[in-house]
Design a protein around this ligand. Structure first.
Ligand code: P6P
Length: 336
């Protein structure tokens, strides 16, 4: 059991030993962690806090916003705009970027987030989470614009999520592996509970929404079909399936015990490359998965190599145990 090390102590010691967490980045991570604690309090209240149900508005994706989507977004904006560590923020719940107001100093970082991923699970008490990605504002820039956010995932300075489940767990990478902190509610602090997250290279567990099967492209049909054939089929082993419907929960399980997660392109909306968003879902999760020894592609290419063209663009996602992701990617390459 890792000795009780707080998030702050971990960040200070990482900076002392590796010099990879400058003070502005440490402040950013601590502020986001505090915001996640506030979100967890609202999430945990549920019906008692009158925070369930629809907000009666739509987001840029055209999706009905839940009250907790809006609350979580406001918590993250308010927590981060005064500290002097950020130039601007972008969110799944906002059409445009939020530039730090002139009354506050601007910093060098750009923060992107899905404030509450898995919204469809909020009202039925299933795990949901906050996903965040940190980029550095291009140097020599006066002001900040959408274009400054359009950086490939490999340029992330940090990424993480907080899953609001049986435990409230913060999972983080700054490019030197993946660590997990569990919220000690009595002290109100995140305590280090896994200091070296590693995804097993092989797995017998896949995560996909099977109801979309008839809409998938041939390589995904082949891959999942072979998983379902089990021991007597081409793969020679039986597979298990899990699908929570919250990316944070499915990815957390994969970081903890391995697995492969797929949200591929499908013919329901053929002009869209996928459902999940590149900048604040796929990229941060890809960074975490790769840092934990896994792999993340869009079926053909490494997700963190993709050059974004729009803030809210979508992408196909295949991520998790690297040997299994490689099988899916090989099937796509063979098909193309
Ligand atoms: P479906 C949640 O809305 C989300 O963006 C991800 O968290 C999750 O993996 C996916 O959509 C679930 O999509 O089509 O299965 O409801």
């Amino acid at each position: 059991m890792t000795q009780h090390i707080s998030l702050t102590r971990y960040l200070v010691e990482q900076q002392r030993e590796h010099g990879n967490i400058p003070s502005q980045l440490r402040l950013l991570i601590e502020v986001v962690a505090r915001a996640c604690k506030r979100i967890a309090i609202s999430v945990n209240k549920g019906a008692l806090g009158e925070v369930l149900g629809s907000a009666g508005t739509e987001n840029v994706q055209g999706e009905v916003q839940k009250k907790l989507d809006v609350i979580s977004n406001e918590v993250l904006i308010e927590a981060n705009e005064w500290g002097g560590h950020l130039a601007a923020m972008a969110s799944e719940e906002m059409d445009d970027i939020h530039v730090v107001p002139n009354r506050y100093p601007q910093g060098e970082y750009l923060l992107l987030f899905d404030p509450l991923d898995g919204s469809s699970n909020i009202d039925v008490n299933v795990s949901i989470g906050t996903i965040f990605s940190v980029l550095t504002k291009p140097e020599g820039q006066i002001g900040v614009s959408d274009q400054d956010f359009l950086q490939a995932g490999q340029r992330q300075a940090a990424a993480g999520y907080c899953v609001y489940g049986p435990q409230t767990t913060l999972v983080l990478t700054v490019g030197s592996g993946v660590v997990m902190f569990t919220l000690d509610r009595e002290q109100g602090t995140f305590v280090l509970t896994n200091d070296n997250v590693q995804i097993p290279a092989d797995t017998k567990e896949f995560a996909v929404n099977m109801s979309n099967q008839r809409h998938w492209a041939a390589p995904v049909q082949r891959y999942i079909g072979e998983c379902l054939e089990g021991k007597s089929g081409a793969r020679g082993k039986d597979f298990n399936m899990r699908w929570v419907g919250s990316m944070v929960a499915d990815v957390h399980r994969i970081l903890c015990r391995g697995g492969v997660f797929l949200y591929p392109w499908d013919s329901r909306e053929p002009t869209k490359p996928g459902k999940l968003r590149l900048m604040y879902e796929a990229n941060p999760m890809a960074f975490l998965v790769e840092q934990a020894g896994g792999m993340a592609t869009n079926g053909l290419e490494r997700i963190m190599d993709l050059q974004p063209t729009q803030l809210h663009e979508r992408v196909s996602v295949v991520l998790g145990s690297r040997n299994e992701v490689q099988v899916v990617t090989d099937y796509h390459r063979n098909a193309s």
